[in-house]
Design a protein around this ligand. Sequence first.
Ligand code: NDP
Length: 273
Amino acid sequence: MNAPDRYAVFGHPVGHSRSPWLHARFAELTGESLVYEARDVPPGRFETALAAFLQAGGKGLNITVPHKLAAFAAAEKLTPRARRAGAVNTLALTPDGLLGDNTDGAGLLRDLQHNLGLALAGTRILLVGAGGAARGALGPLLDAGPSELVIANRHAGKARALAADFGADGAVSGVGLDEAHGPFALVVNATSASLSGEVPGLPGDAVGPETFCYDMAYGSGPTAFMRWAQVRGAAGVADGRGMLVEQAAESFTLWRGVRPPTDEVLAAMRSAD
Ligand code: NDP
């Protein structure tokens, strides 16, 4: 019998990663034979670790902080969505070489539209943050056809620069946090503020009873941003676990050619936390 195909996630730190558990569940549910591990790869060591992994027969990787730009540079080919995001979170060894993809934005949209049932066409959306996660989400969010998308960031210049990069793809503008005035149908928190228990300094009218608030961050229990939104009477709140599961499912589909079911995996993850 052949040895199972090998996959891994490279990051630093990576000890907290849920990816090995997710991909093991996907493999079980689809009957695919694979092994998946987490590798702590310090900054500056990505290329060496990638070469060693491929040399040992590795078939594909997930890439997380801080290596998404290094993975973008290492890819021999890029999917259009990876090129648009300017970052790679998935590498796949293909007959044409090492393919770089970015599944973060697709994972977010799948969670918003399919799992949470949100209709985004013709609505006003606020994207908070202008880092890697915001950039990955921006193209897919604009593809959903909002009437307007506002990017708000602590350093407003980064929000304006990001909006300028995507200006051809829809009605998008960049502002400082205190200039993000509602009403919005959807506010997506793509900052890392929740990771330190903080909330971006948005104006009080950014969130109202018509606003759904989504935090890409997640932990045990509601994040600081979700609690802040609930106090303001938001229509609904969600954390980023659905996005995590859906982006992993997109990577699995690219590698194995079969889409794993995500509903029960997400439910199991929520009940375990
Ligand atoms: P980056 O470091 O690239 O960007 C961080 C962003 O957060 C910047 O816009 C920064 O603003 C802003 N920020 C940080 N602290 C604060 C604060 N206290 N108040 C206001 N703004 C703040 O991070 P990423 O884009 O890679 O990740 C962002 C978040 O998304 C993280 O929480 C991450 O865990 C989550 N994520 C979740 C995924 C999922 O699958 N659920 C996938 C990918 C990311 P400034 O530019 O002004 O410094």
